[in-house]
Design a protein around this ligand. Sequence first.
Ligand code: NAP
Ligand code: MG
Length: 486
Amino acid sequence: MSSQFKTDILQGDLYINGKWVSASDQSYFESLNPATGELVGICAAATTEQVDEAVAKANEAYSKWKNTPIPERAAYLTKAAQLFELRKEELASVMTMEMGKVLPESLGEVGVVIATAHYMAGEGRRLFGETVPVGYPDRNVRMVREPLGVAACITPWNFPVALASYKIFSALIAGNTVVWKPASEVALSAKTFVEVLNDAGLPAGVVNLITGSGRTVGQTLAEHSDVKVISFTGSTEVGQKLAEMSCKTLKRISLELGGKNAVIVLKDADLDKAADGIVKSAFTTTGQRCTAASRVIVERPVKELLLQKVVELTKSLKIGNGLVEGIQVGPLVNEDQLHTVEKYVKTAIEEGGNILSGGQRVKELGGYYYEPTIIENVKPNDTVAQEEIFGPVLAIIEVDSYEEAMEVNNGTIYGLSTSIYTESLHYANRAAKEAVSGLVYINNGTSNAEMGVAFGGMKMSGNGHREVSHHAFDVMTEWKSIYTNY
Ligand code: NAP
Ligand code: MG
């Protein structure tokens, strides 16, 4: 089946100061297609000196960019949005080949990039300041938002370009310059994204792309005194390391981290809608979303009926190569992720879980495929109910009341997204108040974010910052207070 999708091998280079440059020690790493095992292309692994150079060039470009009027900065984003539209299919298929998500999802993701570009271009006009009543005659005081300088954006592989667009476009419109370190799994998607920014005519040094090992590149950026803010999305473990490394230079750091999201289903819920929301949230992107539902917390009287519906929908999902039309669930991103999922399912069984559906690797397909898996009889403190799996695995936990459901929902270290299905105004509103998570969905699954709405998590899912909306400027700017006596 693989030859059907064969394409030329792509090459990803670094993009520093408006030029494509190869790795100075000529070291390249491979990007593999998880659906076929084939080589998609090779990408440059930056040396520490090249990271330093990218930061230096971004820093040089900063003073001019900062003083470029916002409508001009916005025009580059609008231009980029038009060019992304023209290269939508190409960028989407590179993403699907690199990390496996199905093509309609990849196309949707490019749509998010375009929407973010337009949104941030518009938000530029609303980078409002404040004036404050003063305590002296003949004086005024105003507060203005100022950019910070060089922003390092470090992104994961599960949304190769959407998360980059959140970070990079908010940084740019606010007047910062950028050094971007994408996940190595999706370095070629990153290269295509930056080609578009280059074609949009961004001045040299305003955006720089550095690919290579997270440890080398990430550490250099985190410890660099000329990097003023880090915007990171990825695992809680790496986020903690970056926070530690960046504290010596007192740089700002925004962390969007893991989740262990739940769908609560109360006994009065519309079970068809709940089942649909659960299956979409659990298995879209093969469960590899920070907002994926990995727990269902259901009131005992409706458990049987709900699970019948969930299992039926799950068994109807079509698994395969995301480039093939009609496929709904692609492979996991790589072999490691496949082994992680296998290990968690094994642990769940050892701890008393019962597999209702799935539970196996799909061997006949060849790539890193794993069946969408539903495990019942899971207790709130079992390993699969506590740790982020990042795969197509859903744990079912039974409870006797709303109160118990909310206690279980809040009983993990994470706090990203909570969903509740109920017809009760009372419980819907209590859930909105009592869920300790940055996102709460009522009668919708856990993963359905809108443009313009603050995105981020509580507890170990982040460090209190938010992306996407105008609140992103709390990360990408700082306040200056100006006193004028006249
Ligand atoms: P990851 O392993 O933490 O990697 C994220 C990024 O950090 C990659 O670019 C990676 O580079 C880099 N990195 C790795 N080790 C590093 C280190 N020691 N120092 C500095 N940077 C380092 O996460 P992932 O596996 O790509 O993505 C999955 C995770 O992201 C999940 O936990 C998921 O929940 C989370 N996520 C959160 C959100 C959110 O908004 N809350 C959204 C999406 C995903 P390499 O690729 O080169 O290792
Ligand atoms: Mg890959």
